[in-house]
Structure formats: C-alpha cells, structure tokens
Design a protein around this ligand. Structure first.
Ligand code: PAF
Length: 281
C-alpha cells in the first residue's frame, strides 16, 4: 500500500493510473476506521481495480464549537486496517496541504443541505461539498462510495456530482451496526459505558417507525411522537431533531404517500449521533 501525503502527488498518481486504463474507486473518510468503512472499501474494490482511501479530518466541515480538536485519530491503526483491507493508496494529506492559506472558493448545495443536519450545523455541508469536490479532483475516481448512515450527506453529494457534472458514480454502502443495533460511527468512541448501553435507543426508535409504517401509519406527526416517546426512555438522550422528510427532496412531509426518510440526530450525553431509515411500500 502506498501512502500519499500531498495533493500534487495524489493527482499525478491518479492521472498515471487513468492513463494506464485503471478504474479508480475512492472511499472518502475522516479516519478512525471501523467495520463500516471497511465495508465501503469492499464495495469500492468490487467496482474498481485501484482503491484509494482518503483519510482527512476536514476542518471546514466543523463548526467553531464542534469536535475538530478532539475528533478521534489513530493513523498507525488506520494504516494497518487499510493494508489488511487491500487498499492500494492511503491518501492522508495535512490540512495545510489541502487548503491554501488564502483559499476562498467553496462549494455550496442550496436546497438539500438546508434542513436536518444542515440547519443544526451551519456551514457543515459547505465544508463537506468543498472537500469532496477537491477529493474528486485529486483522486479522479470513476466511483466513490459513501455510507448510507449519513443520509443527507449522501443525497447532497449525489446532487453536487450531478449539478457540477463530475464523471463519478456515487455508490451507497448500507449502514453497518453493532449486534445491539447501534450504527457504527467513529464518534461512538466518545460514549461512556453507561451512554454506550443507552445509545441503541436510536435504532429502537427507528424499528418502531418501521413497525408502525408496516401497520399502516402514514401520519408523520404520529411517527415523530412515537419516536420521541422511545428516545425519552433513555435518560442520557437529548433529541436534536426527529425528521420525516421526502426521501428525494428532503422536504418535510405530513402524510407519507411516497418513500420517506426518517432521520434522527440525538445527543447521548455530549455525543451527537445520527441514524435513519427509509420507509417505502
Ligand atoms: O463522512 C465523512 O466521513 C466525511 O463527511 C467525508 C465525506 C469524508 C468528507 O470529509
């Protein structure tokens, strides 16, 4: 596995791979890898013959009071996991090598990014879109794989790819969960033992939404109330948002007539976790 630390070397290498007819698969990550990331690597491997995993804790997608400084990092462990997973190139630039000190161009998506996590974390998706656009330009992937757990991010990136004509196929990897239903996330490492016991409440709430939907409930407020009731059973939980939105437009829905995304952001103690499910007939 080759480790690349600079944008220039990454882009040159990607150009060389393309000239040799190789199909490039990209898995963008912020590191502290877990089984969810490794499942994305497998999807990239199945669709390409040169897999690049980018590891970059992107400062532009963190708000001033968010966890950029404390975001978990373990480069040696991540590199070992990438080797085991048969990653070809680990692209791990430093922030100073990714953004010019006077960088002044950003990518914004102005519709899908407005609500949900975009409302709770102003500027977050501008940072995500900007870094993903840069990663596309540096790694020149044919295919890029993103986790379905970050439901809004996935939809925003698909829209950016379409609207800016990036010749990249976007593939979604299913959410990988612990045995008790907790979605894997690097941020789970922040949870205390007691919070960890309570955290599967997100999945339990989504299970209830799925059960109610199968039983015929189509009223979004009824679904939200049921989810709220379940989350309230966990003393460490504080709801940031519970949203029932159109799966395509992310516009709030009152009555479910088309596929709907049920998305949750819940603080367990001080750790903000997200999860979601899509309800469709
Ligand atoms: O999902 C993530 O880990 C990040 O938002 C991403 C896509 C790597 C961009 O920094």
């Amino acid at each position: 596995m080759r480790i690349i630390r600079t944008s220039g070397e990454m882009q040159q290498t990607a150009l060389t791979l393309r000239a040799a007819g190789r199909r490039i698969g990209l898995v963008p990550t912020m590191g502290f890898l877990h089984a969810g990331h490794l499942s994305l690597v497998r999807l990239a491997r199945a669709r390409s013959d040169a897999v690049i995993l980018s590891l970059f804790v992107n400062p532009t997608q963190f708000g001033p009071r968010e966890d950029l400084g404390s975001y978990p990092r373990d480069f040696a462990r991540d590199a070992a996991l990438c080797r085991e997973a048969d990653v070809d190139i680990l692209f791990a630039p430093e922030a100073a090598k990714m953004y010019a000190p006077d960088a002044s161009v950003y990518v914004t998506e102005e519709h899908l990014a407005a609500g949900l996590c975009g409302a709770a974390r102003p500027g977050h998706f501008r940072g995500v879109c900007t870094v993903v656009a840069k990663l596309f330009n540096l790694c020149l992937p044919h295919v890029a794989v993103f986790g379905a757990k970050d439901a809004q991010q996935l939809r925003v990136i698909r829209r950016m790819t379409r609207d800016l004509n990036f010749p990249v196929e976007i593939v979604a990897g299913p959410t990988v969960r612990e045995a008790d239903g907790l979605a894997l996330s690097s941020r789970n490492s922040y949870l205390s033992a007691d919070e960890r016991r309570q955290a599967p409440v997100l999945r339990r709430a989504l299970d209830e939404a799925e059960r109610l939907y199968r039983a015929g409930t189509r009223d979004a407020a009824a679904l939200r109330n049921a989810l709220q009731g379940i989350i309230a059973q966990a003393p460490a939980a504080r709801i940031d948002y519970i949203a029932v939105v159109d799966d395509e437009t992310l516009a709030p829905v009152q009555t479910l007539t088309k596929p709907a995304l049920v998305a949750l952001a819940v603080y367990i103690g001080t750790t903000r976790l997200i999860d979601n499910t899509v309800l469709q007939a």
